[in-house]
Design a protein around this ligand. Structure first.
Ligand code: SF4
Ligand code: SF4
Length: 148
C-alpha cells in the first residue's frame, strides 16, 4: 500500500548522520556552529505524517517510483547538515527522473503540512544542489575532545 512505499522511500534516503572520518564514540564531540544549526530549522520538525506526499499529484500517479516531498525534504535535511560528509553521494542518488525533477511545484505539499513546513522549498533548494547551480556551504564544525 501507499504507506509501504512511503516508509521504503524514507529508508532509501538513509536518514541518519554519515561521516567519512573514523569516529571514536565517547571521545569526541562535533560542535555545530549556530549558523549551521539554523539550516536544519524547518526540516527536522517533520513528523513523517505523509500528508505532503499523499496530497501531491505527482505522487498519486507515481507513488511506487517518485520519492515524494517528505522523503526529498528529509534527504535535504541530511545533505545540508554541516556534520554530514555524504552530500555528494546523497545528491547523486537524487539525480534521476523520480526525485527532484518529478516535482512540478504545484505546492499542495506545503499547503497541507500540519507542522507548517515547506517541502516544496526544500525540493527547490535540493534541485539547485543536484543541478550544480548552488553548493553546500562549507562546514564550520569543530571537533573537540570530551571532558571527563
Ligand atoms: S506534511 Fe509536513 S510533517 Fe507531514 S511528512 Fe510532510 S513535511 Fe513532514
Ligand atoms: S510542490 Fe512538488 S512535491 Fe509538492 S505537491 Fe507539488 S509536485 Fe508534489
Amino acid at each position: 500500500n501507499c504507506f509501504t512505499y512511503f516508509c521504503r522511500q524514507y529508508n532509501s534516503i538513509e536518514p541518519w548522520l554519515k561521516q567519512k572520518k573514523p569516529v571514536t564514540l565517547g571521545k569526541e564531540q562535533f560542535l555545530q556552529s549556530i549558523k549551521d544549526r539554523d539550516k536544519l530549522d524547518g526540516l527536522y520538525e517533520c513528523i513523517l505524517c505523509a500528508c505532503c506526499s499523499t496530497s501531491c499529484p505527482s505522487y498519486w500517479w507515481n507513488s511506487d517510483k517518485f520519492l515524494g516531498p517528505a522523503a526529498i525534504m528529509q534527504s535535504y535535511r541530511w545533505i545540508i547538515d554541516s556534520r554530514d560528509d555524504f552530500a555528494k553521494e546523497r545528491l547523486k542518488k537524487l539525480k534521476d527522473a523520480h526525485s527532484v525533477f518529478r516535482c512540478h511545484s504545484i505546492l499542495n505539499c506545503t499547503n497541507c503540512c500540519p507542522k507548517e513546513l515547506n517541502p516544496a522549498k526544500a525540493i527547490a533548494l535540493t534541485r539547485k544542489l543536484v543541478a550544480g547551480v548552488s553548493k553546500k556551504p562549507k562546514s564550520q564544525m569543530k571537533v573537540t575532545g570530551l571532558h571527563k
